[in-house]
Design a protein around this ligand. Structure first.
Ligand code: FAD
Length: 404
């Protein structure tokens, strides 16, 4: 038996290895990751790590866990190619590893742009602990920061650096923040509070050109012609799934490595999970590729079930969180195609939720500092329960009573 090779030692890969042992898998498990250090939590990087010189990475599992579970770690090793028919991966260092099953958990990487006036130092994006260290070191030396992209990671970074006393401008091409992810009411609220926290927000604006001094960025010129001082430009305009290994191996790609309800790719012995995988979602029937810790870890658990001979279909409720300054945003469900919304609570109190409905059924909830709504939403959606708009509008007690 050649065992399981897991490619990518992030949130999904580590959970897949752990879950295989929990499911009783007793073959060889090799977890390969191209980052040299022990696998760590990504969410704190943009929320706390970059403003705290003393912060250490928060590891996902201690070294003793991997040793105790007989999970072989190959860290600092990049997989260069995958041969599904032969059941073999080849590392960039030249070593071949045979497998019975391979799990692709390669994640995604930040989309980049080439700017007129570039390339220049000080233009960074955030995905890894190595990126976070670069941002932290530079942030400690500079005053003016521009964040390109008003998505979750960009706004988390903007809030974190503004709280650390930096002069931060967010440049967003759409007419509102978080446009792809949340309801307009949440976008407006986040924009208002970030502005109050001293973050300048430029909507319907792009970065046109960079100016530099001695090879380092000194300013950006926006599409509206304004010159904004910037000793650091953080590019947070989304990610691309890391699919190149699968693609080169002839595996089907459709906005990510295409997988079925058991996380199997088009190659029978190769599974894919997390940010790199796309699939038809049980909740909406739509094809999605989700980027969240929940998605990566729940798919990892399911992949381990598939490998150990079970046939359950993916049915986890999708959820996500983001901390932007003093706002804890929590999202449950899939709300992109909702057709009506009901607001519960008061934006003025910095505590409210937007309930999304589609065809009269609950599609998801977006909460700001209302964790109880989020947790109830997860329970309701897991149970297939949909409240009526009236009990939502009446408030938390009516909602709980309706669900009980
Ligand atoms: P990853 O965790 O990215 O792991 C993939 C690993 O594979 C990486 O280490 C990569 O280097 C490695 N790899 C890729 N190719 C190869 C190869 N060929 N050989 C070897 N190794 C390879 N999600 C939330 O739900 N809530 C949050 O608040 C949140 N905040 C975030 C903040 C930041 C700054 C970032 C970057 C992400 C955040 N996310 C958050 C998203 C979440 O971290 C990802 O969805 C999650 O990490 C996906 O897990 P994954 O296993 O698919 O990929």
């Amino acid at each position: 038996k050649n065992g399981v090779v897991i490619i990518g030692a992030g949130h999904g890969g580590v959970q897949a290895a752990a879950s295989l042992r929990e499911e009783g898998y007793d073959g060889r498990i090799v977890l390969i990751g191209d980052e040299a250090e022990l696998p760590y939590h990504k969410p704190p990087l943009s929320k706390t790590f970059i403003k705290d010189p003393a912060a250490q990475p928060q590891i996902l599992r201690a070294e003793a866990f991997f040793a105790g579970a007989s999970i072989e770690l190959a860290l600092g090793e990049r997989v260069a190619s995958l041969d599904p028919a032969a059941g073999r991966v080849t590392l960039a260092s030249g070593t071949d590893l045979p497998f019975d099953k391979a799990v692709l958990a390669t994640g995604s990487r930040p989309r980049t742009l080439t700017f007129e006036g570039g390339p220049l130092g000080g233009v960074l994006s955030l995905r890894s602990i190595a990126d976070a260290r670069l941002i932290r070191d530079l942030a400690a030396q500079v005053e003016d920061v521009v964040v390109l992209g008003g998505g979750f990671i960009g706004l988390e970074i903007a809030a974190t650096l503004a709280a650390g006393g930096r002069n931060v401008t967010v440049v967003e091409a759409q007419d509102r923040l978080l446009a792809r992810a949340v309801a307009p009411a949440i976008s407006a609220h986040v924009a208002q509070r970030l502005s109050e926290a001293g973050v300048r927000i430029l909507l319907q604006t792009m970065v046109g050109q960079l100016e530099g001094e001695n090879g380092h960025v000194s300013a950006v010129v926006t599409s509206t012609g304004e010159r904004v001082a910037a000793r650091m430009l953080i590019v947070g305009i989304g990610v691309t799934p890391s699919t190149e290994l699968a693609e080169a191996a002839g595996i089907t790609i459709a906005n990510g490595i295409r997988v079925d309800q058991q996380m199997r790719s088009s190659a029978p012995d190769v599974l894919a999970i997390g940010d790199c995988a796309s699939y038809r979602h049980w909740l909406t029937g739509e094809d999605v590729r989700l980027e969240s810790v929940q998605n990566a870890t729940d798919q990892a658990r399911l992949a381990a079930r598939t490998i150990t001979g079970h046939a359950d279909a993916y049915s986890a409720v999708p959820w996500f969180w983001s901390d932007i300054g003093d706002m804890k945003l929590q999202m449950v469900g899939l709300t992109a195609r909702s057709d009506s919304q009901v607001v519960s609570g008061e934006p003025a109190d910095n505590r409210f939720s937007v309930f999304h409905f589609r065809g009269g059924r609950l599609a998801g909830i977006e909460s700001v500092n209302r964790p109880a709504d989020h947790m109830l939403g997860r329970k309701m959606m897991g149970a297939g329960f949909s409240p009526d708009a009236k009990s939502v509008a009446e408030g938390a007690d009516a909602l709980k009573a309706a669900f009980a």
